[in-house]
Design a protein around this ligand. Structure first.
Ligand SMILES: N[C@@H](CCC(=O)N[C@@H](CS)C(=O)NCC(=O)O)C(=O)O
Length: 214
């Protein structure tokens, strides 16, 4: 059985969501963040990368949510939440599976500036590039959701599971608010939030959830 090593308030909630969507059994091991909001030493000891999510599946220890989600979908979920190479939407699926890291890299650059009190003006080349990239990602999101109900195509897929954390929880760190300025994205978030498996997963492992009683 797959064990999800869940770090509180983290994007490992998307692995719980995937398992609920696929109706697969799993064990959830809960780890609390330290006072510095980072993963505790016992979490970092699980895998050299040390970031959440991490899963174990037999002898396999795996990090990086994009890889984990696709691995579980294909290996344990019969590929039904993946978009297969012969599907016309496959290129879209590949693109949106990368949305997570693309968006977060722009946020982390901004956060580094902010937390060190070194935020430069908009004409600073690094700042200008970061903002241009971030704007482009949200523009692509709006465009895609104006033409397709789901990011990976006409049906719900892992690409949607990879994206929701960034459109909801990432706001805690200062990511752009999903509001009327992004109408297609706002409607998408509302639509996806209504999924029973999403709601169940957020109750178990979402940002407002806490370690289950022993
Ligand atoms: N690209 C990675 C990002 C992982 C990541 O940044 N995880 C955060 C939680 S949302 C984390 O582990 N933070 C605690 C730490 O770095 O100590 C993935 O998608 O798995």
């Amino acid at each position: 059985m797959i064990t999800i090593h869940h770090l509180g308030v983290s994007q490992s909630d998307r692995v719980v969501w995937l398992m609920e969507e696929l109706n697969l059994p799993y064990e959830l091991k809960w780890y609390d963040r330290g006072a510095d909001f980072l993963a505790p030493p016992e979490y970092r000891a699980l895998h050299p990368v040390g970031t959440a999510p991490i899963i174990t599946d037999g002898d396999l220890v795996m990090a990086e949510s994009t890889a984990i989600v696709e691995y579980i979908s294909q290996r344990h979920g019969g590929g039904k939440l993946s978009v297969q190479p012969d599907d016309p939407d496959y290129p879209h699926y590949l693109f949106w599976m990368q949305f997570n890291n693309n968006l977060q890299s722009t946020l982390f650059i901004k956060l580094t500036f902010q937390t060190t009190g070194t935020t430069p003006g908009a004409d600073n080349p690094m700042m200008a590039t970061t903002q241009r990239r971030e704007d482009g990602i949200y523009r692509a999101l709006e465009q895609r959701l104006g033409e397709s109900e789901y990011l990976g195509g006409a049906r719900f897929s892992c690409a949607d599971i990879m994206s929701m954390f960034n459109l909801t929880s990432l706001g805690m760190l200062g990511a752009r608010a999903i509001d009327d300025s992004l109408p297609n994205t706002l409607a998408y978030v509302q639509r996806i939030s209504a999924r029973p498996a999403y709601q169940k997963a957020m109750l178990i492992a979402g940002p407002a959830a806490s370690r289950p009683a022993a």
